[in-house]
Design a protein around this ligand. Structure first.
Ligand SMILES: [Zn+2]
Length: 289
């Protein structure tokens, strides 16, 4: 079941850009993002309003990775200690738990995803390999650690045997907080686009690429106010996006018209041919039919 009908091994990569506004990304339409979207679809999504949960990082990534809404995973802030992530773990942990032959990998430098000891609260325990850098050990935080995350992820994706991977970059959010949504913010989105391009190149240069079917997805956890900052209920903060692309373009995939953040996890599961267990409580469904 891990193979397509024509015998290709199913592989999936989820790339996370923290705090990237959909309207700004669409206006820039940088090359790697366009390349990915040209193999699939780009949806504008909207986060729940603040009566459900604030538009903050831990909430946004929890929803995307667990595939359930904040009212279910109960992550209600960045410092929340009363969440239910042990009951609603990430798509990586779900996939590995459902099928121990699915190999999972993550690369990140935010503590919500891990520590030097291993994968952290949002990712859960089912991550076979984690490339982790603690941003607190570096003067410029994510600006210093994102390139390290990229280099490791490129190496792992180019030569590793991972079936489901998550790679996270945090510097756009940092720049948004420091400078607002201006030239610096647009510039850092260009940097992240270069990173995405290098990840796509790493996948396409795999020695076994011809015998693999890759789904790559890209998303963000929240937007930003024009002056920088998020957490509230403005449309600038609630706007989000999902991009999905099948790199080989050999399938006649049909993509749904509308998407919500909770559709990302079931889309990855569908591509990996992991049946969704009703006990997981997924309110969303696959974006690809
Ligand atoms: Zn964030």
């Amino acid at each position: 079941m891990r193979y397509t009908h024509d015998g290709k091994r199913r592989k999936a990569l989820f790339v996370g850009f923290d705090g990237v506004r959909d309207d700004v990304l669409r206006a820039l339409a940088p090359p790697a993002v366009q390349d990915l979207a040209s193999h699939g679809r780009w949806w504008t999504t909207t986060l729940p309003d603040v009566d459900v949960a604030p538009t903050v990082t831990a909430v946004g990534w929890s929803t995307l990775l667990t595939g359930v809404w904040p009212s279910t995973h109960k992550v209600s802030g960045n410092e929340d200690e009363f969440h239910l992530l042990h009951r609603y773990p990430s798509v990586l942990t779900r996939a590995y738990s459902a099928d121990r032959e699915i190999r999972t990998y993550a690369a990140a430098s935010a503590l919500i995803f891990g520590t030097h000891y291993g994968p952290g609260p949002i990712l859960g325990p089912g991550v076979n390999k984690l490339s982790f850098f603690d941003r607190r050990d570096y003067r410029e935080g994510f600006s210093d650690t994102d390139p390290l995350v990229l280099d490791e992820a490129v190496r792992e994706l180019r030569t590793g045997e991972h079936d489901l991977s998550f790679v996270y970059f945090g510097q756009a959010d940092k720049v948004g907080h420091e400078h607002g949504v201006g030239d610096e913010y647009r510039e850092v989105i260009g940097v992240l686009d270069d990173y995405l391009g290098r990840l796509l190149e790493a996948v396409r240069r795999r020695p076994t690429y011809d015998r693999e079917e890759w789904l790559v997805m890209l998303s963000t956890d929240h937007g930003h106010l024009d002056e920088g900052g998020h957490g509230g209920g403005s449309w600038q903060e609630r706007q989000s996006f999902i991009i999905a692309g099948l790199l080989s373009g050999t399938t006649d995939a049909k993509w749904r018209e509308e998407a919500e953040p909770v559709d990302l996890a079931p889309t990855l599961m569908d591509h990996l041919a992991v049946p969704v267990d009703p006990a997981w409580g997924y309110p969303g469904t696959t974006l690809c039919s």
